[in-house]
Design a protein. Structure first.
Length: 257
């Protein structure tokens, strides 16, 4: 069966995040607990008492923050009581000195990408083009979000606890340097949506209708995050579950809201 729909694979959206790592004076942080011999003690403490650093979540503090003049949040920021990264082999390594990590993302990006099959081989990797930071809106907010993290670390409340910036370092100052840091170090928050967006049949980029049925095909529905026309300004997990619950009611013929 073949059916041409121009919108399939288009409208791909995702949250892009970037971290800033700040050195701190205390050694009471996860990046220090992950070094030998402390890591051995941490593993034993978790195994036998279910306590210690291994019981902590990856991010202890987070929030949604508006930019200047905005009435609703535009950034999501998280903090982790540790600093580090991955080596060339993909292995997690701690920062050389004690530190903490923060990540920021723009929660309503305007950049749009695509995902398409490379061939008829179902095992072949798809061609994914995210197009992160492809709009001026996203680039401006990326710069602002980066500066927001530095502003927090340079605040009067934090200064007594700070040493030096671990990543990217004080040499990154201009807007173009900040954007280049985003391009080289930014990573997905794993929130891809939108590549089979919902919309009316008159919309040439729409793939499914408001009953989740694929336009032009009888009895075929798409029930996942790809049907979102716009990326939710937060984690898409709960909205995806809600879509699945509604789809179940539609298929079973149950009343829906």
């Amino acid at each position: 069966m073949k059916h041409e729909l121009r919108g399939v694979g288009a409208n791909l959206q995702d949250h892009l995040q970037l971290w800033v790592q700040q050195g701190v004076k205390t050694k009471d942080c996860l990046s220090e607990d992950g070094k030998f011999p402390k890591v051995v003690w941490a593993v034993l403490k978790y195994m036998f008492a279910k306590k210690g650093p291994l019981t902590m979540p990856a991010c202890n503090v987070g929030g949604f923050i508006p930019n200047e003049g905005a009435e609703r949040p535009i950034f999501q920021i998280h903090f982790t009581p540790g600093a580090g990264g991955m080596d060339s082999g993909g292995k997690m390594v701690a920062a050389p000195d004690p530190g903490i990590n923060s990540t920021v993302c723009t929660i309503r990006p305007t950049s749009r990408g695509s995902v398409h099959a490379r061939s008829t081989d179902p095992k072949a990797f798809p061609k994914i083009i995210h197009n992160y930071l492809s709009t001026e809106h996203d680039r401006e907010l990326a710069i602002e979000g980066f500066k927001l993290q530095r502003k927090i670390y340079q605040s009067e409340s934090f200064k007594p606890h700070a040493t030096y910036e671990l990543l990217p370092g004080e040499e990154v100052q201009t807007d173009e340097q900040i954007l280049e840091f985003w391009r080289t170090e930014g990573m997905s928050v794993y929130h891809p949506v939108g590549s089979s967006k919902m919309g009316p049949a008159e919309d040439p980029t729409a793939v499914v209708d408001n009953g989740l049925k694929v336009h032009g095909i009888e009895s075929l529905r798409i029930v996942d995050a790809s049907i979102f026309p716009l990326l939710p300004s937060g984690n898409p997990h709960a909205p995806t579950v809600a879509i699945a619950e509604r789809a179940a009611d539609l298929i079973l013929g149950n009343p829906t809201l």
